[in-house]
Structure formats: C-alpha cells, structure tokens
Design a protein around this ligand. Structure first.
Ligand code: PTJ
Length: 256
C-alpha cells in the first residue's frame, strides 16, 4: 500500500501516513531500522495523549520559539526519524528562527549523514552541517559524540527532537540550552530539557514555526516574558496527567 492509497477519511489516516513516511525513510536509507521501533513507541504515547497538541505542549512550543529567537547560535539537530517525518517543516523552522541544521545520528554512518543532508537539501535547505564531524560532545563514545565544531559544539541553543537520554544529558553537561520534542514525558531527554515539548514531532515543528512567526517582531523583553511564562516541570506533569487520566477522556486532556 502506498501513501496515496490510504483513504483520507480513514480514522487512522494521520497515523498511517506517518508510518509510511518512516517506512519510506528506511527504504531510502535515511532512517535506521531502530527508527521504526522508536516510531512505534512514540505512536503508543501519542495515542494515550489523544493524538493532539495539549495546551501545555502549545505553551512549550511558544517558549521554544522565544528561546530560538533570542539565541545567538541556534542549531536544529536532525536524525533519521526527523528527516523522514518532517523534512520541509524542519527546514522551514530553521529559516524562521535563523538556525543551522545539523545531521546528528545515534547510529552514525557517514553514508546516512550524506543521504539525510541531500534529503534536507531536496526539501529546501541551503546548508546542512554534520559532514565535517570535527567536534565532539564530551563523555560519549566517538560515533555518538561526533558533531561539527562550528555547529552543535559551538551552539548556545540546540533543538534535539527524538533524542536518546545519554546524549541529551551530555549536551546539558556542555551547558547547552536544550529544546526536546518527545512524546514520552517520562523519558530522560524531555526531563533534561530546558524546554520539553511533549507532542508529536509532525505537529510540534510547524507549531514552533507558527509561534516564531508570531513573535518575530517581539522585543527582547517580550521574548523573556514568553519564556518566563513557561514552566518545564509543570509541562511534564500536565502531559503525564493527561496520559494517566486516559486518552479517551478528552475533557481532561483539554485541561492539561
Ligand atoms: O537516526 P538515528 O540513528 O539518530 O536514530 C534515531 C532514533 C530515534 C532511532 C534514536 O535516537 C533512538 O533510538 O531513540 P529512542 O531512544 O528510541 O527514543 C526515541 C524517543 O522519541 C522515544 O521516547 C519515543 O517515544 C519518541 N518518539 C518517537 N516518535 C516520535 C517521538 N516523539 C515525538 N514525535 C514522534 N513522531
């Protein structure tokens, strides 16, 4: 079955399209096979969250936009799942906040870095980092800690969607301000993040872009205000409460 064969009125349409994007990513050599498993895990949490952006996740997306706009050297880290799920949207976010894009992989191979960089360029990226691999995240083994010296290593703010916990903690230890997108509020990555967005990447990335456009003319004081209005611990608690209250209790999820 191809993406075009999924009827749009299918009740699981959005979820099925997302699955096909990941499957196509594996076939194209940009997504790892482990990416399929990660997607399944994410889907389960999304189902429990009611497959929509909670108000708390929307507040996190606004805080993320403010953080990126106030940053000196923001970088968006792109792995095989992000590249398959939201390539054009990720490029659009980078444009909106003037951030660099860097391919940074958990299961690193030079071949996959090149393919993902090409894929991002096919979706409108001008420049993609991650190929120089002349920097490092201290405390991680070589393959997992390799970054660009003028990219993630030099960044003040890093967006790490779907990151594994070790690397999120290692980036935190480097003093980076981290924005994490992860559907599991109990995962170490969002718990390490300064701004955890507990939402599906396919909804979160365009939402951060929309907030960035809305805040484009904001003064530094207004950006600070948007940041101060956000409480990371509260956002994680709200997401966990939405999951525990049951995905089928839409009223409770709306209140989170
Ligand atoms: O391309 P690579 O080699 O860098 O590998 C990427 C993956 C994602 C395979 C790798 O980083 C990995 O194994 O990640 P984990 O440890 O499985 O963590 C993935 C996290 O992302 C889990 O907490 C999932 O719940 C979450 N997740 C999965 N899909 C989505 C998601 N969060 C937001 N949106 C999604 N679509």
């Amino acid at each position: 079955m191809t993406q075009t064969e999924i009827p749009e009125d299918h009740p699981r349409y959005a979820s099925l399209v997302t699955r096909h994007r990941i499957e196509a990513g594996v076939e194209k050599g940009i997504t790892s096979k482990q990416g399929l498993i990660a997607q399944g895990r994410g889907e389960a949490f999304d189902y429990l969250l009611g497959e929509r952006t909670l108000p708390s996740a929307d507040r996190a997306a606004r805080a993320a936009a403010a953080t990126l706009l106030a940053a000196d050297r923001p970088v968006i880290s792109v792995n095989g799942n992000v590249a398959a799920l939201a390539p054009a949207e990720t490029v659009e976010l980078a444009d909106a906040v003037d951030a660099d894009l860097e391919v940074n992989l958990f299961n690193h191979t030079d071949e996959r870095v090149r393919r993902i960089a090409d894929h991002l360029r096919e979706h409108g990226a001008d420049a993609v980092k991650g190929l120089a691999a002349d920097g490092e995240i201290p405390g991680l083994s070589h393959a997992r800690g390799t970054v660009d010296a003028d990219g993630i290593e030099a960044a003040d703010v890093v967006v790490v969607p779907l990151e594994d916990g070790d690397r999120a903690e290692a980036l935190d230890a480097m003093g980076k301000t981290e924005i994490v997108v992860d559907l599991n509020p109990g995962s170490r990555s969002p718990r390490t993040a300064d701004v955890p967005i507990v939402d599906n990447l396919v909804r979160a990335v365009p939402n951060v872009t929309a907030h960035a456009r809305d805040l484009a003319d904001a003064s530094p004081a207004e950006l600070r205000e948007a940041l101060d209005a956000f409480d990371a611990a509260e956002a994680l608690t709200a997401a966990e409460a939405a999951i525990r209250s049951g995905a089928f209790d839409r009223g409770a999820a709306d209140a989170a």
